[in-house]
Design a protein around this ligand. Sequence first.
Ligand code: ARG
Length: 431
Amino acid sequence: MRARGINPPPSLALPFGKPGVSAQRVVLAYSGGLDTSVAIPWLKEERGLEVVALTVDVGQPVDLDQVRRKAEAAGAYRAVVVDARAEFAADYLVPALRANAVYEGVYPLSTALARPVIGRHLVEVARREGAEFVAHGCTGKGNDQVRFDLAIAGLAPELRVIAPAREWNMTREQEVEYARARGLPVPAGRASPYSTDENLWGRSVECGVLEDPSIEPPEEAFGWTTAPSAAPETPSRVRVGFDRGRPTSLDGTPLAPVDLIGRLNRLAGAAGVGRIDHLESRVVGIKSREVYECPAATVLIEAHRALEALVLPRDVLDFKRTVEQRYANLVYEGLWFSPLRTALDAFVSATQDRVTGEVAVQLFKGSAHVVGRRSPYSLYQPSLATYSTGDRFRQEMAEGFIYVWGLPSRTWSSIEPRPAAPSALASKLRP
Ligand code: ARG
């Protein structure tokens, strides 16, 4: 089979519109913010391209009609809005939950998971519009550029990616000036010192005072969660139902994933649950301070792990933890559309057939603790575990088991150790 065209990075093959020839098209991932708004005239003026602005709804709380009008006002040839919430939840968030995907032990990958779904829609719209180019507003310092570029590489290697903000070297002030000179609306008043990104799975906050990792995030940085100190003084409970590792109900009410996640974000957020302060290792080698609010993700992952502990044998749990870490890393690193993710998902899927049941989680002043779990596939056997009447465990068998199990230990320690010799490496290092 012949490989589809693999193109060089865009900086090595600059597109320019030819006079007299109808303009080529670019599909731009458009958020409605300053960067992507400035990118519209930039792509037209610097590259001679017709810009199709694509806004993908992944649950960010913005007025999408307003965003569409903004794109048109900025000079987009067409403005498209796609509601990808159900797809995002079912095909990205649920698999990540089944994999308990958490980066560096704390970050549920909210932003990272949204990039591939946006990338998929960029590709779909580019094909529909006959566009040869796609574009995004990421800078050259972050992870998101990696995720967009690799989503495109994984799905449509024939498309070329343009990242204006990686090239234009404008400060925020210069961007505002650029926008103003072209009659684009610019943020009124003093702009927020923070840079945020939001979707169903969480909210990220960067910049401003947060850039000093020694300073506690001020209350104003948070948008989804009540301060734990101000949260209700009495604990609340939520019961999460799972079917084969997929969350399907809250407190007994069946809900579609989008609604379940939305409701749980509000419920747990009100209890101050889901605040994360992460000193994060970016793909591009930079350490950065990231603050997140992920109430639903925090509760769901906690509950899902508790149910797995009830229904999966020890060796599967143990091996799955290794897979989970690899899975989280590859999502973070932009490799969603990769053979490794497909293969790891196959493993994870094979572990989820019995992850069905219900978990009770207590929410209290910033914490989410599992306080009960049940499943028709529970491996917990009262007659084996009990210390009361009805014990069926044959304790006398334990001695023989331990005799065999401990044989290597006994053999090892029965041999007189030789006196320690100075190590070859240590004597080499010594002057
Ligand atoms: N550091 C986080 C991540 O890589 C959050 C990125 C936020 N992105 C943004 N465009 N504000 O997932």
